[in-house]
Write a protein that binds this ligand. Structure first.
Ligand code: KG4
Ligand code: ZN
Length: 355
């Protein structure tokens, strides 16, 4: 019996990704073009530039994926593409291309994919995590907590009311001018903050950070306050040390460590509220409870460690997908399409009809 195969296309932000997976979670082929270097240079994703780069790369990325899989398009069992949420200009490039492919392939179903749902389910490629489970997504674009009840059934419990943790990490990295440090060469903002924070003492400055959202009786998050606190802290320290231009603070490690600790504390406090809420409302079975932690920021080992401790305390199994499944790529989209195909849900015959 031939296994099922699905092609996935991802263009929701700054990665042009494509992959083909089978129904056992094997990746048969994958290609990605990352705009990360451009994003670092520009200090963020600029929508029309991101669109142009997607347009320049999509054909090559998808064609190379299909060719290296040796599966003709007509023999695929589904073509999946991220349709939301994301930057509209970027999303449209992938959708337009997928639409063309579906037309060319004739009888291959189209599988519209929700980017966040794809992030939430990728863990099931490598780990037999059963429904329902709790997912915690921390990345450059998102911060959310949800119960995944089924392939298409999600219950949102909390999200950031302002910026994402990844964006906060990136801003702090930029303001600390970490890309001028040779040890941070080629790293994302988050990675470089984590890198220097390891050598720092968080307690030198962590008291400068006021408690975040302590009056909010929900499971939402906020990162803009600690971002602002960090910006002010850097400004004051730079003045004190007479730093100008490209110069780097002598205590850069302590600032990074304090910022990271305050992010960690906030994540823990809100997650703990969420776990109590789940217990109180019986949202997950008392035994075999699992928290899936994913997204670019979830690659941070300090954050993993503190969340791991909370999970131990509340008797949750913590599952972290491998880093390559935490970030944006075609694989997560292909797998999400596969999950839909397997249960016969969310299949659109005509991609034109997808809103
Ligand atoms: O999941 P991702 O690759 O893309 C989306 O945003 O969907 O996440 C990228 C974000 C960037 O903001 C990057 O700085 C952050 O994840 N990041 C980290 C680490 N590695 C990547 N943040 C903190 N610590 C890390 N080790
Ligand atoms: Zn993402």
């Amino acid at each position: 019996l031939r296994s099922l195969t699905v092609l996935g296309i991802e263009t929701s932000c700054d990665d042009t990704g494509a992959a083909i997976v089978d129904d056992t979670g094997q990746v048969l082929a994958q290609e990605i073009h990352s705009q990360q270097q451009m994003t670092i240079r520009l200090g963020g994703v600029i929508p029309p530039i991101a669109r142009r780069l997607h347009e320049e790369n999509i054909e090559r990325v998808v064609t190379a994926t299909i060719e290296s899989s040796n599966i003709p398009v007509e023999q695929l069992d589904g073509i999946a593409c991220t349709v939301k949420p994301g930057m509209p200009l970027s999303l449209l490039v992938g959708l337009k291309y997928a639409r063309e492919l579906v037309r060319r392939a004739k009888n291959v179903p189209f599988l519209p994919v929700h980017h966040m749902q794809a992030h939430a389910l990728t863990v099931r490629m490598v780990d037999r995590v059963a429904f329902p489970f709790l997912v915690f997504l921390l990345s450059g674009g998102h911060c959310l907590l949800a119960i995944v009840k089924d392939v298409e059934d999600f219950m949102l419990l909390g999200e950031s009311i302002d910026t994402s943790p990844g964006e906060a990490y990136d801003k702090v990295a930029r303001r600390l001018k970490l890309k001028n440090l040779p040890e941070c060469d080629g790293m994302s903002g988050g990675e470089s903050v984590e890198r220097v924070a390891r050598r720092g003492d968080p307690h030198k400055f962590v008291d400068r950070y006021p408690a975040t959202m302590s009056k909010y009786r929900d499971c939402n998050f906020s990162f803009s306050g600690m971002k602002t606190t960090t910006m002010r802290l850097i400004e004051r320290e730079e003045e004190k040390h007479g730093i100008v231009g490209d110069g780097i603070l002598p205590n850069v490690c302590d600032v990074a460590a304090a910022f990271q600790l305050s992010v960690g504390r906030h994540l823990l406090k809100r997650l703990q509220r969420c776990l109590v809420f789940i217990d109180y409302n019986d949202l997950l079975p008392k035994h075999n409870r699992t928290l899936v932690l994913s997204g670019g920021v979830a690659c941070n080992s300090f954050i993993r460690q503190v969340i791991g401790q909370l999970c131990d305390h509340h008797e949750y199994d913590l599952v972290c997908p491998p880093p390559q499944l935490c970030t944006d790529n075609g694989v997560m989209v292909a797998w999400n399409g596969m999950e839909k195909l397997k249960v016969g849900k969310g299949i659109a015959s005509d991609p034109e009809l997808v809103d």
